[in-house]
Design a binder for this molecule. Sequence first.
Ligand code: AMP
Length: 171
Amino acid sequence: MDHLKARIRHVPDFPKPGILFYDITTLLADPAGFRETIDALTAPYAGQGIDRVVGIESRGFILAAAVADRLGAGFVPIRKPGKLPSTTLGESYALEYGTDSLEIHDDALGAGHRVLVVDDVLATGGTARAAVNLVQRLGSTLHGVAFLIELDFLKGREKLADVPVTSVLRY
Ligand code: AMP
């Protein structure tokens, strides 16, 4: 997977001092890199009957939509507050300073659905935990959470101890 890592641009001090930002636009722009990325994200979940793939705004949308197509599943967005037009379920989570929240359409998933959640980066895990809570509150079966990048030192996986977690690239 080192050839995928080589296509990810590291941007120091973005969006604020001290953060090393993993910029995946350089990977997504490369035809072979994009295809291999989607192959690797999808592989652990093939043949499980997953019928909905949930993507977290906004880079998660790009990856989740392609994974959904590969699995023959539908795509469901989880968005920042106020973006989804119909009635929603919301979940708040703690940031370094303050809180943020995410929303899902309350009719987007139900008890019969077999779900995979996809996002680009697992950092502290707050974002993914909120997404998992939304899926669980709607009563769906959660098959796993798939990330392209996992930042091990931030221990986000500990917040997701009750669900299968896979990541393609670890730092
Ligand atoms: P967290 O809730 O801390 O796990 O943060 C995860 C979300 O923040 C993901 O949706 C990422 O898109 C974004 N993110 C966090 N840290 C980074 C980073 N170092 N580089 C790129 N994106 C990041």
